[in-house]
Design a protein around this ligand. Sequence first.
Ligand code: ASP
Length: 461
Amino acid sequence: MEAVPPGKRERNMKVAKFGGTSLADAGQILKVLEIVRADPDRRIIVVSAPGKRSKDDTKVTDLLIACAKAALERGEAEAELALVVHRFAGIGRELDLPSALLTEIEQDLRGRLSSDRSHKGLFTDAVKAAGEDYSARFAAAAFTRKGVPAAYACPREAGMVLSDEPGNAQVLPESYARLAALRGRPGVTIFPGFFGYTKAGRIVTFPRGGSDITGAILAAAVKADVYENFTDVDSVYSADPRIVPDARPIELLTYREMRELAYSGFGVFHDEAILPAVHANIPINIRNTNRPSAPGTMVVPERPAHTGGVVGISSSDGFCTLFLSKYLMNREIGFGRRLLQILEEEGLSYEHAPSGIDNTSVILRDHQFTPEKERHVVGRIRKELAADDVEVERGLALLMVVGEGMSHTVGLAARATRALAEAAVNIEMMNQGSSEISMMFGVKADDRKRAVKALYRAFFE
Ligand code: ASP
């Protein structure tokens, strides 16, 4: 870290992450430039790959995934590669960047596509990560050209070391000490989001939307005063505006509230990005690139005035329930452990496990519980646990009603269940008390939007 001369206060430092729509075209990149220029504390900038320019557009990351898929299936990806190059050529032309930059990235992408394909996951990650890498190189060149000296930072050299899990990597603790050195760099540093390197030097990516995670890791590593997360909405809203168009903006959220909301459908911020900020106690400010004057939503460790009310309602589908019953299950020592062990051995992570006396259910993400896995797991449970009945129900949505201090407020559950009953939504499952700050309801996916509207009316109108 930069040595601070005695008597001189160390400069403030902000890490600002910009999402895909903020880098979708030259006009958007210039908005990012003005935001960075407006505040000299914004010294580390994390960028996503160019996202959608309009509703029907395709994100560069999706174009790159198509490249990797074509190369794996057909042995070449010329048509797909041309689309990526075309996208960057347009941006480069409008920003008046040297053509050598485009030649460089085209050669680089060809190199990635002709690299070793023996491990499909690693191959795909190397191709998929290119969008963020080129986005950072372009932004650094554009900033410098427009009078804001900026340098691209290579995640390998900077020390973004990740676990060996393609598409689902996690940061290794040693990264933090190495990345801390970024604080001492002069000018503006532009860091590509979404990917890092394994110890063996292979590129791996975080889950989709993972540039938020990169930003949070850097903010924690350099001990930033704030982690600004610029996206394309003014703030986080108390319900999904696609379901409740006039949902209220939220000014202040706690980490715990954000975590619960991000878990079940609040797409504005990746749920895995909260942890690094929490550990380092860094406030997160979610803001809009298209309206930088809006204060956005602050996510902080604690809310000073404890209101105890509901702050948000989130929802997400894509869950299923594995339901088991066995008479006298409550007396059978080790039943729960053996059930969870089967799931562990089958590589399945579980989300929730509400249980009764002679029955228990486990909620899983639908996508990981393929019909083949289902047959296998159900067979094992019947045989190894001698369950009386095992059933799987698909098409489940989870709703979360979230707010600090909810557990101390009388009558909230009654209000929620009444609202759902009045909207004729059947509650498949309910979980209150496991978390102090939320209530969870399982409903049929078809009822999800109706349920969110009903809960919103009950708590906010
Ligand atoms: N570009 C990546 C994605 O589309 C990562 C990100 O934007 O955060 O998932």
